[in-house]
Design a protein around this ligand. Structure first.
Ligand code: KPL
Length: 303
């Protein structure tokens, strides 16, 4: 009989948000920790009002048990919410606790992690997820910005698993997709058209449709559409200009995640988004290659 415990690896803004969501769906959460001395952590889930000092949040609702990565008990359900480029290393640290019964849900932007996870934990039952939920984290306070949509599906074809009931109870606007790869690739394509240009020019998403940048935006969309064609996603390719415009309009005043990484001096998702697209085709894509190089130069230690 399986337990109803979900471990979370990578407790950043999305990991903390989903700790709350899954707990409200009825599961017991355990946060994987690198520190064997930490028994629990408080992750407060607030609203914009809480960010300004008002706090109606009860610590009791916000305390989650921790589990040291070096422990030896097997992990039954794992949600991994690291960055795509960090998933492989993070998973390696708990490899000894994974087995063929382990359900592993990887929820992150990009595509690099799919191959990395399969190489490290080929025995696990792998599910992939992506969310448009946004969340801003300052120290122990998580402030969600809109509930967003979350899509989840199997890496290998299979029916909706039983454990998804708890996800449906706790995660708003959750949908099951047997073609989750197409969903992830669609998201990568949209991220590739928006995030790099905003990061390079230091602008909010909406500025990509303004006269100063529209030509550059359209040129990137056209190259990304060519990659989608090569991957066999013709329909996604033809819908791309419309879908990108829609996302830009819906998030016009937002700072993209890649611009935010650059502003915080952090490594970006350039490799796992733009770099990954470039590895999927033999074509020469001058605009995408050039933004990949420029993004690397904006990162803390360019390699
Ligand atoms: O997902 C995004 C991000 O910033 O990472 C959006 C808002 C869709 C922009 O690509």
């Amino acid at each position: 009989m399986t337990s109803n415990i979900w471990h979370i690896l990578g407790v950043g803004s999305i990991g903390g948000l989903f700790a709350h969501r899954l707990a409200s769906g009825g599961v017991t959460i355990k946060l994987l920790s690198r520190d064997s001395e930490v028994a629990s952590r408080i992750l407060k889930l607030g609203s914009a009002a809480d960010a300004t000092g008002h706090s109606g949040i009860h610590d009791a609702d916000s305390r989650f048990g921790c589990d040291w990565i070096g422990n030896t008990t097997a992990i039954e359900h794992l949600l991994i919410t690291t960055k795509s480029w960090g998933a492989g290393d993070a998973l390696t640290s708990i490899r000894h606790r994974l087995n063929s019964e382990t359900v592993l849900v990887a929820m992150m932007n990009g595509m690099q992690h799919v191959a990395d996870i399969q190489a490290i934990a080929p025995q696990c039952q792998l599910f992939l997820a992506t969310t448009t939920a946004g969340c801003h984290r300052t120290r122990d306070l998580w402030i969600p910005s809109g509930s967003g949509k979350t899509m989840i599906g199997p890496n290998q074809p299979q029916r909706e698993p039983k454990w998804l009931k708890c996800w449906h109870r706790g995660v708003p606007d959750l949908s099951w997709h047997t073609d989750i790869h197409a969903c992830l690739i669609g998201k990568v394509a949209i991220n590739a058209c928006i995030n790099p240009l905003t990061a390079i020019y230091g602008v909010v998403n909406g500025d990509l449709l303004e006269p100063a940048l529209i030509e550059k935006t359209e040129a990137i969309i056209s190259e990304v559409a060519q990659v989608l064609e090569d991957l066999g996603y013709g329909q996604l390719a033809s819908e791309l200009p419309h879908r990108v415009r829609e996302v830009i309009e819906d998030t016009a005043s937002n700072t993209s995640s890649m611009l935010s990484d650059v502003q915080h001096g952090q490594r970006t998702e350039a490799d796992t988004i733009v770099g990954w697209l470039l590895t999927q085709t033999e074509r020469k894509l001058p605009r995408l290659s050039s933004i990949a190089t420029r993004l690397k130069s904006l990162e803390p230690n360019p390699i």
